[in-house]
Design a protein around this ligand. Structure first.
Ligand code: ATP
Ligand code: MG
Length: 212
């Protein structure tokens, strides 16, 4: 069953936050899910281990192990979510060679848009070897509402070879608090948490739509 990977070498673009929220959301929708943490920092596996809702995870950091083990994990699990590393190295390449869908979170700043285009390049290489696989999309993460940069980023990303998802995930303190709270936005109180939860729900429905 599908392997969905969050990749982008840019540190802090929200790969781990989105991976954990996606795994949690799938689990809440009664889907069986395994999170594969391929990042040496192990943020997403530490986060999942700290939460009261048990969600299975596995740390696989070597490119060879990822190449060899991901297909079997894909067979065994209803969904596999891969949290990518903060580097466009052999690990990311291995993940792209074994994923069904690659999602690139991208912050709407000049530097981040530049690294997103490097991630897109790697995706295109994998697609060329694998006859079109993996499917791929970008989405804007940690965006600040009403900024000119956001509009410019959307216009720029619309020109890339990979489609951009409609949902934008905004910068919110409540999202940043989740790791320390050993929680996701759906476990935290307040309007900001509810709004963030709705945004993630919208994003994940779009991602599920791409898997059809
Ligand atoms: N929508 C958001 N609003 C506010 N803070 C956010 C949001 N998304 C992520 N963050 C915060 O930004 C930081 C980086 O997020 P995260 O660790 O998910 O990124 P990453 O891409 O996995 O980074 P790395 O490349 O280092 O693994 C974290 O402190 C996280 O809490
Ligand atoms: Mg991370």
């Amino acid at each position: 069953m599908p392997i969905v990977a969050f990749v982008n070498q840019k540190g802090g673009c929200s790969k781990s936050t989105t991976s954990v929220h996606f795994a949690y959301w799938l689990n809440a929708k009664k889907k069986q899910v395994l999170l594969v943490d391929s990042d040496a920092q192990r943020s997403s596996s530490i986060w999942l281990a700290s939460m009261s809702t048990p969600i299975p995870f596995q740390v696989i950091k070597s490119p060879d192990d990822l190449l060899e083990q991901l297909p079997e994990l894909g067979e065994k699990n209803q969904f596999v979510v891969v949290d990518g590393p903060a580097a466009l190295d052999e690990i990311t390449r291995a993940v792209l060679f074994r994923s069904d869908l690659a999602i690139v979170p991208c912050q709407p700043t000049g530097v981040d848009l530049r690294s997103a285009s490097d991630a897109v390049r790697l995706i295109r290489q994998a697609q060329s070897v694998r006859k079109g696989e993996p499917k791929a999309a970008l989405f804007l993460s940690r965006a600040v509402k009403g900024t000119k940069l956001l509009d410019e980023a959307i216009a720029l990303l619309q020109k890339t070879e990979v489609p951009i998802l409609k949902t934008v995930i905004y910068q919110r303190q409540v999202v940043a608090d989740c790791f320390g709270q050993q929680a996701t936005v759906w476990d935290l109180p307040g309007k900001a948490a509810t709004d963030a939860g709705k945004e993630y729900e919208k994003l994940f429905k779009e991602i599920m739509g791409m898997l059809k």
